[in-house]
Design a protein around this ligand. Structure first.
Ligand SMILES: Cc1cc2nc3c(=O)[nH]c(=O)nc-3n(C[C@H](O)[C@H](O)[C@H](O)COP(=O)(O)O)c2cc1C
Length: 193
């Protein structure tokens, strides 16, 4: 089973720390996992040139997205994670989402039907607030590309890391995070070999 994790944080922080912890759990289950840090990739903004993509059924921008989309086609499952910025995913993650529209334009949304995703968001506000960002990714992005979401979870963070890139694992902030992450992996791996 190949799991592709996509991280929307523009910095090394909580989102990345969660993905690294999930990677260990996935490896314990015998799953392959690649983490894509969008911040280290060249993701240009969608130009909205539908006069091109609607007819050619491909995107004319040449950057890191071609390789990422190939990996998405090959993956069995996904983990999408983004910090909550104003109840929305980061601009970086939104650029990734917009560029994925080519799957839809090219009529390839069926390729996601048999794959699975889990969605995670982190933020400093209440869980209800972070959930708005979370549901944005799960209900809008994943459902539009036809990708079933098997589990989703928001976690609370501190805004300033102060050198501690793993503060999301602070027991006061997220007392059940280790159990929650195990549960997410269990749901992602269920029924897959
Ligand atoms: C531009 C900006 C906007 C933010 N807006 C919110 C917000 O509306 N609600 C919230 O809960 N956290 C907000 N945050 C805090 C981040 O979501 C939080 O620090 C998160 O842990 C960052 O994740 P990371 O460490 O993976 O980068 C904002 C942070 C930035 C930089």
């Amino acid at each position: 089973m190949k799991v592709l994790s996509v991280c929307g944080s523009p910095r090394k922080g909580n989102s990345e720390a969660i993905l690294k912890r999930l990677q260990k759990l996935l490896e314990e289950k015998g799953a392959e996992n690649e983490i894509i840090l969008l911040r280290n990739k060249e993701i240009n903004r969608c130009l909205g040139c539908v006069e091109y993509c609607n007819h050619k059924l491909k995107c004319q921008i040449k950057d890191s997205m071609q390789a990422i989309m190939e990996k998405m086609e090959q993956a069995d499952a996904f983990i999408f994670i983004s910090p909550n910025y104003f109840k929305m995913p980061t601009g970086l993650f939104k650029d990734f989402i917009d560029r994925c529209s080519i799957f839809f334009t090219a009529g390839k949304e069926n390729i996601f039907k048999k794959k699975k995703a889990i969605v995670i968001s982190v933020g400093t506000d209440s869980i209800e607030n972070i959930d708005v960002c979370l549901n944005n990714i799960a209900d809008n992005f994943c459902s539009t590309i036809g990708l079933p979401v098997v589990a989703k979870k928001s976690f609370r963070s501190r805004s300033e890391l102060k050198g501690n890139y793993e503060d999301i694992f602070d027991k006061e902030l997220n007392p059940t995070i280790n159990k929650d992450l195990k549960e997410l992996v269990k749901k992602l791996c269920s029924g897959m070999e």
